[in-house]
Each structure stands twice: as structure tokens, then as C-alpha cells.
Design a protein around this ligand. Structure first.
Ligand SMILES: [Zn+2]
Length: 98
């Protein structure tokens, strides 16, 4: 099932690019972001300033409210749960980037 890239060596666009991160987010959060690269552009770890974890969304998606392009929670499990509320964004900024 997962061998498509082997049988189609020229097809490189499906190769996962490493997600952009800063700080030192745990592997579980990076792996989660990697799986949701269609929606996530960056993951941040601001535990050093007691500001928890951040997920920055790609243009076209928002969290909780139109035009809100990032999520912030103090634990990985909370931010993954919060990510369930990500929805299509139709704000002016996104419209200009899409
Ligand atoms: Zn937007």
C-alpha cells in the first residue's frame, strides 16, 4: 500500500518535506504536524517562556474564528485536540494568498 514512491521513482512531490519548527517541540507534535502539512505551516515550542506550543496554519485555514491563523495550548494533547476545530478560512488575507 505505501510503496507507491518506490514504484514511481520520478514522482517526488509526494515525498514529505520536514515541517518548519522552532524551539524544541516534541517528536509527537512534529509528527502530527507532518501528517497535517496541508493545513500546518509551522510548529513552535515556547515552553522556554512558559508559553506552551504553537501551531501556525497555512493560508486558507483558521482556528476557532475567521482570520485566526494560529493555535496555542500548553500541552501536546491539548493542542492536538484543539486542532480538531481548524476550519477553512475566508478572511481577506487568505483570499489574497490563495
Ligand atoms: Zn484567513
Amino acid at each position: 500500500m505505501q510503496n507507491e514512491s518506490l514504484s514511481h521513482p520520478m514522482k517526488t512531490e509526494s515525498a514529505p518535506k520536514p515541517i518548519s519548527t522552532y524551539g524544541n517541540p516534541p517528536k509527537s507534535l512534529v509528527a502530527f504536524a507532518q501528517r497535517h502539512q496541508d493545513k500546518i505551516r509551522e510548529v513552535g515550542d515556547e515552553r522556554g517562556t512558559e508559553d506552551g506550543y504553537w501551531i501556525y496554519l497555512k493560508a486558507g485555514f483558521c482556528w476557532d474564528d475567521q482570520g485566526l491563523h494560529s493555535l496555542h495550548e500548553n500541552t501536546v494533547s491539548d493542542i492536538i485536540r484543539a486542532f480538531g476545530s481548524v476550519m477553512p478560512c475566508r478572511c481577506k488575507d487568505c483570499a489574497e494568498q490563495l
